[in-house]
Design a protein around this ligand. Sequence first.
Ligand SMILES: [Fe+2]
Length: 252
Amino acid sequence: MILIVSDTHCYYDTVNRQIEYAENVLGHTISCVIHLGDFGIYKAQLKEYFKKKKNKFLKPLYFIDGNHEDFKSLHSLVEVYEDYFTYLPRGTVHTIGGYRFLALGGAAYMDSMITARESVITDQQIDACLAIPREDVDIIITHDCPVGIGVPSTPGLEHFGDTGFPRSDELAAHFKPKMWLFGHHHKWFHTSDDHTLYYGVSGVWKGFGLLDYDYHMSMIQNPVSWKQTTALERFFIKLRIIRPGNPEQGKI
Ligand SMILES: [Fe+2]
């Protein structure tokens, strides 16, 4: 069973707490984790959690980028931490747990004042996805949601208009995937059309999804508390060295 989480925003330990809950309380066997963006690729936090405190994820973890990552250092950091987690670049297909996932991180609908320009999905990246044959993809994983499926706006961000990223409708029409998973909006969401089951996963601090065989998905609510922001983190945020987008402040 694959554990589906999103929006860790540097609070990496919440992932392990949800794995423990899924295995020890619910009695499931988790093979790996797929993280749907806003993982928290920031040098200081990664170093603190993985190198200094010598933590590891309890299961192999694959992630796509969101809009709250350090994009300038993303490629170097994912190499440094390749023994700890695996990055799925935009426009690439990966077979995990028997499914073929098309990965497309990034976002369009977001709190732009604290969001890096590199987080925006480009036409080139959409074109790269559309060049992949339809039959090569089972499930699309994105950080932002597709347009036109009815994901509600986040209070304070209504000026962005309807949720979803441009040209996602072209991806839906081309691939007609069996399933499309996304995060970013910090809301549980589910709908379907003739071809596709759509699931929006809430932030990891609220729970997770469980993807079983034959596209069976369960949404598990299990709130876990965030630890307080440390003095070091507050210092880096003040210097604008990191921008973790603290979900407690409603940042998506
Ligand atoms: Fe986000």
